[in-house]
Structures are given as structure tokens and as C-alpha cells.
Design a protein around this ligand. Structure first.
Ligand SMILES: [Zn+2]
Length: 488
């Protein structure tokens, strides 16, 4: 037996080790960032798709236009099961004024790539292409199929459309979250709060002229503006200005006051961050502004709305909304982002406050909506709750499932580290594709910069992530098909 064992060991040692083309990560990612694939930019989506088809072909991969999804494939033997990799090519919107680099220029500086999508999710897109390229000559018992979606950050109709006419992969890894592997994804709730009427109210010599804050529900707002108008006669803002300046803006936010004839602009700058996975890394400009003007607005529904923003944003875990008592252990509670206060396109352009909540079990969407609506009504009869979205539910995996253990082992082999599986406040395609689980590509220990201004990724992390993915594909695609991968 001994000689045979030795032979086997020798064979393993001499098996070709896949050599990913690490040096291409940066340049390819810069190219991908240069397509401004924000919601509604159909031309950028088409241009990026053409680039994907060309790039895949140049890497020896098969590529197909499948409508809102682009398929890129490394075929296995006939009839082989399909191992899916899933990413999205669209990105969150940007507020260019808040960036110190142009968001779609694609810039690499001191080993860091900057640009919208660098981390979410074009980095993983490029890593997936190069990982598939790296294993192209290894023996395979699976077809590896990369699915690139196109409206993950907005309408989220791409996968539904795709799956209506395409078989899903046998099992899929969604490369749009955190390492080592995501065994729980909170549900995405969107609460709207509207003023019952737009009456200017009484009690102050000024009225609320305009209010505008935030960019999108999933981004911590980094800018909020409230404009007041002096009612009659020559404006005399000094006392109000003095009182507001005497208050301190929330840590990490900054107040600017500017006079424009009869108008007074109060602007608070904060810091943007991903509302699902890095809310504590943000500095909420809207909540800070709402606190600064407490008691200084005329008695009206709009003032109640601003006060509700301050109330709901009192903490990031939803204690002010009575949510701290309704969370299963191990999920790290709720995550609350008081996100926007502006004309809301989803509600016929009515002015609304939008709060994004990431919900752990056990409440269902309808239960969450009921509880939040009651909180709004309790706060003020002049506020009307409304629905942005309450149709999501948390996704839960067994931590000892076969696929979870295989992914953890591959991660450990590639990095020498064995951190615990994580739960995430960010929802991914894993909720929309059968038999899919989120795996990477962000490493533990650093705040996730997706959705942030000056979004960036270190080239060293791109390389490490590529190594993990190559090892994972070598193992899963080269191994026998997993039976019941989501069971222990
Ligand atoms: Zn993403």
C-alpha cells in the first residue's frame, strides 16, 4: 500500500496549480468602472454588456446575452451540474459633489482602485472572470456559469426575468457580500412617512420653504438641506442662527448656514455608507439636521415629519421604534437608516421621509409594517405611514450545511484563517435564485465601502479574493456534485 500512497501524494504535488493573472485585476476593474451603470442608463448597460462579451471571449470563456443577465461560461462535461457565480454589473447612484475623485473615471492610486462599483460589485465581477480563466485547464465535473445581473441596486427585476426563461444553476455562489460565508441575510423593509397636509403652520416668523435630504434608501444620507422663508417684512435671522449654532451637530457631521434674501439655508454634511452592512460607518446628515432644528419649526405636519426623523434616528438599532425587543439572538438586531426626505418617485413624487430597515427574524414583513405604522401614528396624528417595500423575508442557512463547510474550508486553505460564518444586513441575489448562498468577496475586519462616496478597493484585497475564489472553484467545480448541499 505504501508505494501506491506515495505515488498518489506525488501526483497531488505535481497537479497543475492554477495561476490566476493577478496583474490584470486592476486594469480590468478600471475598465468596468468606466461604464456608469446607474439606474436608467440603458446605454451604459449595453456598452458594459458588449465589453463583458468581448472580455470573456478574450479570456477563453463562452459568453451569451441573456437579456437583463449576461451569461459567461466555462463548460464542463455534457450533462454536468452547473455551479453558478452571481454578480451585478449595475451600481448605486452617486452625488458627485461628495466625491474627491470622479466616480466613473476609474482611478488607481497607491495600490487602491477608486470608483463607483469598485467593491460593489464590479471588483467581484472581474475577480470571477479571472478565476474562471485561471481554472480553464483543470479537470472539471461542473459547468461554471457566471451570471451578471443589471438592476440589483434598483428594480431588481433582472433575475426574475432571467429565471422565467432560463434554468437556474444547480447551486450558486453570490459574490456580493462578505467572507467567509453568509449564513443569514436580513430582510429589506422600506417605510415611508408623509405629512398629512402641507399647511405652513403657525407660531414662528418663518415657514418651511423646502427640504431635501439623502440619495437612496440604502445609503446613509451625507447631505441634508432645510430652507426657511421669512414670512413678512425684513428678515431677522440672527437670533435663530445663534440658537442653532449654539447646538452641536452630531459627531462627524457639520452645519453650514447661508442667507439668501428672505431665505435661510441650513445644510448639514455627514458621511455616506452602505445602509445594510456599514450603517455605523456613516454619519447621518438628515438625523443631525432634524435634531438641530428641534423646536424651531412652525407648528405643522412637516415639522412633525422632521421630528420623526430625529426620533427614528435616535439609534441605529431601532430602539426608538420599539424594535430592540423583537430580534432573534445571533442576528445583531435591526439596522435602521433614516435615509431620505424629498419628493419620492415611488409615491407619485409626494414629499416623504423614507426609512430603510434591515429586519432579522422573527417578524414577517406584514408584522413589521404593522408595528412601524403604529409607531408613526402614535408619534403624530399629522403623519401618514406608507409602504416602500415590506415584501422581503430574511434568508437563513444551516451553518453546518455541506456547502457552508466546503466554502469555509476553501477559504481557510487560501487565507490560512478560519473566521466564523456571518450574518449580513445586506440582501443579495441569494434571496432571488434557488439554491444560492452569498460567499465574499469583502474580507472581515474592514468597513465595507460599497454605496459610500469615494468607493474603493485595495488591489491586494482583489488579489487575495481572487486566490480564495480560484481555490473554491478548483475544489467545487473539480469535485463530485454535492448532494443536498444546503443540508448538513
Ligand atoms: Zn451589491
Amino acid at each position: 500500500m505504501r508505494p501506491a500512497l506515495l505515488l498518489l501524494a506525488a501526483a497531488c504535488a505535481s497537479a497543475p496549480r492554477p495561476q490566476p493573472e493577478r496583474s490584470r485585476l486592476g486594469p480590468l476593474l478600471l475598465e468596468a468602472i468606466r461604464f456608469p451603470t446607474v439606474e436608467g442608463n440603458e446605454q451604459a448597460r449595453l456598452d458594459q454588456q458588449q465589453w463583458l462579451l468581448r472580455t470573456a471571449q478574450s479570456l477563453g470563456l463562452t459568453a451569451r446575452d441573456a437579456g437583463p443577465v449576461t451569461e459567461i461560461e466555462l463548460p464542463g462535461p455534457a450533462g454536468a451540474p452547473v455551479l453558478g457565480l452571481v454578480v451585478h454589473g449595475d451600481v448605486q447612484p452617486v452625488d458627485e459633489k461628495q466625491w474627491t475623485v470622479p466616480p466613473f473615471a476609474g482611478i488607481e492610486r497607491d495600490g487602491v482602485v477608486y470608483g463607483r462599483g469598485a467593491a460593489d460589485d464590479k471588483g467581484p465581477l472581474v475577480q470571477a472572470l479571472l478565476a474562471m480563466h485561471a481554472i480553464r485547464d483543470l479537470p472539471r465535473r461542473h459547468t461554471v456559469r457566471l451570471l451578471v445581473g443589471s438592476d440589483e441596486e434598483s428594480g431588481s427585476t433582472d433575475m426574475k426575468t432571467y429565471l422565467a426563461s432560463h434554468e437556474p444553476p444547480t447551486y450558486s455562489l453570490v459574490l456580493d457580500s462578505a467572507f467567509p460565508v453568509v449564513v443569514g441575510e436580513k430582510a429589506w423593509d422600506g417605510l415611508a412617512v408623509l405629512p398629512a397636509d402641507m399647511a405652513p403652520g403657525a407660531g414662528k416668523p418663518w415657514i418651511i420653504e423646502e427640504i431635501d435630504a439623502g440619495l437612496a434608501p440604502s445609503i446613509v444620507p451625507d447631505r441634508a438641506r432645510l430652507t426657511l422663508r421669512w414670512r413678512e417684512g425684513a428678515p431677522a435671522w440672527e437670533d435663530l442662527e445663534q440658537r442653532i449654532r449654539a447646538r452641536s451637530p452630531a459627531p462627524g457631521t457639520r452645519l453650514e448656514i447661508a442667507r439668501r434674501g428672505p431665505l435661510l439655508d441650513l445644510v448639514v454634511q455627514g458621511r455616506a455608507a452602505h445602509a445594510g452592512v456599514n450603517v455605523e460607518g456613516g454619519r447621518n446628515a438628515l438625523v443631525s439636521l432634524a435634531r438641530l432644528v428641534a423646536g424651531e419649526l412652525p407648528d405643522c405636519a412637516m415639522a412633525d415629519l422632521v421630528a420623526f426623523a430625529a426620533h427614528a434616528g435616535g439609534d441605529l438599532k431601532g430602539a426608538a421604534l420599539g424594535l430592540d425587543g423583537v430580534a432573534e439572538p445571533g442576528w445583531d438586531g435591526w439596522t435602521v437608516n433614516v435615509a431620505t426626505l424629498k419628493k419620492e418617485p415611488r409615491l407619485g413624487d409626494k414629499l416623504a421621509l423614507v426609512i430603510n430597515l434591515r429586519r432579522p427574524p422573527p417578524l414577517t414583513g406584514p408584522q413589521s409594517r404593522e408595528q412601524l405604522y403604529a409607531e408613526v401614528r402614535k408619534f403624530s396624528p399629522r403623519l401618514v405611514p406608507g409602504e416602500i417595500y415590506f415584501r422581503d423575508e430574511p434568508l437563513v442557512f444551516d451553518s453546518s450545511a455541506k456547502i457552508v463547510r466546503r466554502l469555509m474550508d476553501a477559504y481557510a486553505r487560501a487565507t490560512g484563517e478560519r473566521p466564523s460564518p456571518v450574518v449580513s444586513g445586506g440582501g443579495t441575489y441569494a434571496k432571488r435564485i434557488p439554491n444560492a448562498i452569498a460567499f465574499g468577496m469583502w474580507f472581515p475586519g474592514k468597513p465595507y465601502p460599497g454605496h459610500d462616496s469615494d468607493e474603493k478597493i485595495e488591489v491586494a484585497d482583489l488579489q487575495r479574493g481572487l486566490d480564495v475564489l480560484v481555490e473554491t472553484l478548483r475544489d467545487l467545480a473539480g469535485g463530485p456534485p454535492l448532494q443536498d448541499p444546503f443540508r448538513p
